[in-house]
Ligand binder design. Structure first.
Ligand code: GLC
Length: 399
């Protein structure tokens, strides 16, 4: 497919998946399987839409913050139209029209991308109070001991629902069915309700993970939020968010780093979860590694045929992990947003050849299989939902 045709196909997909409700407009990740609005998906959508229509990109983010909680949390799902029958099992997360958990905080980054294109300060002003409230919520409520690492209370908050990074904290065996995994996550939803949605003293006793990608994404987003505050002339906030970003970076090194790798941790005593997933590359997105560390990640992990080098890269789980499953949900397959994060990380370090390879491999997969949710990293087969939006992020990988 030629470049223009591909661009057109992405735009058509975004229009096909567009929904409106009252004065709001948003995009569903996939019409059949994911018919609601999701937090990090909509941030990806805004980034994709910023290549077509800034107005639509802004609407996507404004609909997200329209359901922000009073305490600042932005829920990971908004059920704009729960009444419609769909294939998606409606999970009762504890509220009528939204979930009660969040997802990786990439909304400041998406906002900044829009602003960089049109310098619309009015939009920044409009969305800034919600952003500031959300990131303050994470900094305060999700770090009750003030150790500068942000905790998640359910694997779904990572966006990688079934990732084997969460098997140990969930108390699961290496091999288990998707239903068993889902059951454990639903149990956590129940506990959250019993905790009356209180995290610091209650919920964190049941599942408390300091996840590497979540914290790395936060580091980069706090940096960007600081830039946004600066544009708006709010020097105090700018300083504060920049400091918080630095503190989390230092804490990641202190609690997560060992043998060249940042590991997610669990429980109050920061036990490392030594399961090798794409998460090892995520600190590159936030420029947390040194140049030498980045090089080791490429040579020892990305280009290692026993680990992340497959015919159709990048697998989300290392091939030599016992939990690796080429078709398993978040247990091996390629996901386009993950390729995008890794691509951006490599660009940060001037690893242009590696970045370019991820871009062309990603495009080849989509050309071969269409806009699928995931792809088998060994044979390239498309898996899961169809008409899934994340493939549009390849447009954001520049030639
Ligand atoms: C799945 C993914 C999650 C995504 C959602 C909607 O649950 O694991 O990351 O946000 O689908 O696409």
């Amino acid at each position: 497919m030629k470049k223009d045709e591909f661009r057109k196909a992405v735009f058509e997909l975004m229009l096909k998946n567009r929904r409106t409700c009252d004065q709001y407009q948003y995009t569903v990740p996939s019409p059949d399987v994911y018919p609601y609005q999701w937090l990090w998906d909509s941030c990806f959508h805004a980034i994709i839409l910023s290549h077509f229509s800034l107005d639509d990109a802004k609407k996507e983010l404004l609909s997200l913050v329209s359901h922000q909680f009073e305490n600042g949390m932005i829920p990971h799902m908004i059920y704009w139209d729960k009444a419609k029958p769909t294939d998606f099992p409606v999970i009762e997360w504890g509220k009528e029209d939204t979930s009660t958990i969040t997802q990786p905080p990439i909304i400041a980054y998406a906002t900044w991308r829009i602003y960089q294109t049109d310098k619309d300060e009015e939009f920044l002003e409009k969305i800034y109070p919600s952003l500031s409230l959300f990131y303050n919520y994470l900094i305060n409520e999700r770090d009750p001991r003030n150790n500068h690492l942000i905790g998640i209370i359910n694997p779904d908050e990572s966006g990688e629902d079934n990732s084997p990074r969460f098997d140990i904290p969930l108390g699961l065996d290496l091999q288990h069915s998707q239903d068993v995994n889902f059951g454990k996550r639903l149990e956590l939803v129940g506990k959250h309700r019993v905790c009356n949605f209180e995290i610091g003293t209650c919920m964190r006793n049941f599942f408390w993970v300091k996840d590497v990608p979540f914290n790395a994404i936060l580091v980069e987003n706090l940096r960007v939020l600081s830039d946004i505050a600066k544009v708006l002339g709010n020097i105090e906030d700018a300083k504060y968010f920049s400091e918080q970003s630095k503190l989390i970076t230092l804490a990641m090194r202190k609690f997560m780093f060992e043998d060249g790798i940042f590991w997610s941790t669990y429980d109050l005593d920061y036990k490392k979860i030594k399961v090798l997933t794409w998460a090892v590359f995520s600190p590159l997105f936030a420029k947390i590694c040194t140049k030498d560390e980045a090089k080791v990640l490429v040579d020892k992990y990305l280009l290692n045929p026993k680990k992340f080098k497959t015919k159709f890269p990048v697998p989300t789980v290392s091939l030599d992990e016992p939990a690796f499953d080429a078709n398993g949900f978040w247990r091996g397959p390629v996901w386009m947003a993950i390729n995008w994060f890794i691509y951006k990380g490599f660009m940060n370090y001037g690893l242009y050849n590696q970045a370019e390879k991820i871009r062309s491999d990603s495009l080849a997969l989509i050309h071969q299989e269409g806009f699928r949710e995931q792809f088998n990293p060994l044979n390239g087969e498309g898996l899961g939902a169809r008409d899934f939006t994340w493939g549009g992020l390849t447009l954001d990988m520049l030639e």
